[in-house]
Write a protein that binds this ligand. Structure first.
Ligand code: ZN
Length: 183
């Protein structure tokens, strides 16, 4: 089998999404598995890329719908402390749902030689999905780690998993299986 070159994309695991302005208990619940995924990825030399909202207050279109969240430079826009960003990790800031929209994520993935993005973070049906959509459209294969992503509700989460498979041909797996596969 062709050896894949993975990168983990961790979407919006920020204070405001987990415990702050848009806090979500289901988001809090995926933190231990996400931390395990990131530790395993770093041990295997798989790049970890945080795709982080960093909004401009009073300007960004999306804030009209969601209210202020993850304002650039604030505590709310920082990765939650439990995930401990390492020196070898990358951070891409974004102002829209997708980690690719007007960012240099595609360039970064190209420089790293990545062919398959491994999706984690919040929310499965929204920013993770939009990021996966652009990844797919740019020619990347998509893997989704189902115990390292979630949504506001079970229904939104489950419909997102179906959408990943049906629309992007994504492989939906879990942390343990992914780490066993890449050992
Ligand atoms: Zn946002």
């Amino acid at each position: 089998m062709l050896k894949r070159k993975y990168a983990i994309l961790v979407v919006d695991m920020l204070n405001d999404f987990v415990t702050g302005a848009l806090k979500c208990d289901r988001g809090l619940a995926i933190v231990p598995k996400t931390a395990e995924l990131l530790r395993g990825a770093r041990e295997r030399g798989i790049p970890v890329i945080f795709c982080n909202d960093a909004h401009l207050p009073g300007i960004d279109h999306e804030l009209k719908l969601w209210g202020d969240h993850a304002i650039a430079g604030t505590k709310g826009a920082k990765v939650i402390p439990e995930l401990e960003v390492c020196a070898s990790d990358y951070i891409v800031t974004k102002r829209r749902y997708s980690g690719f929209f007007r960012t240099d994520l595609d360039l970064l993935l190209k420089e790293l030689g990545v062919d398959t993005v491994v999706m984690a973070g919040l929310h499965a049906h929204m920013c993770v999905r939009h990021t996966a959509a652009d990844a797919y459209q740019l020619g990347y294969d998509v893997v989704v780690i189902k115990d390292a992503t979630d949504s506001f509700t079970q229904e939104l989460y489950e419909s997102a998993l179906v959408y990943f498979k049906d629309t992007y041909g994504a492989e939906v797996t879990d942390t343990e299986s992914f780490l066993a596969l890449t050992k």
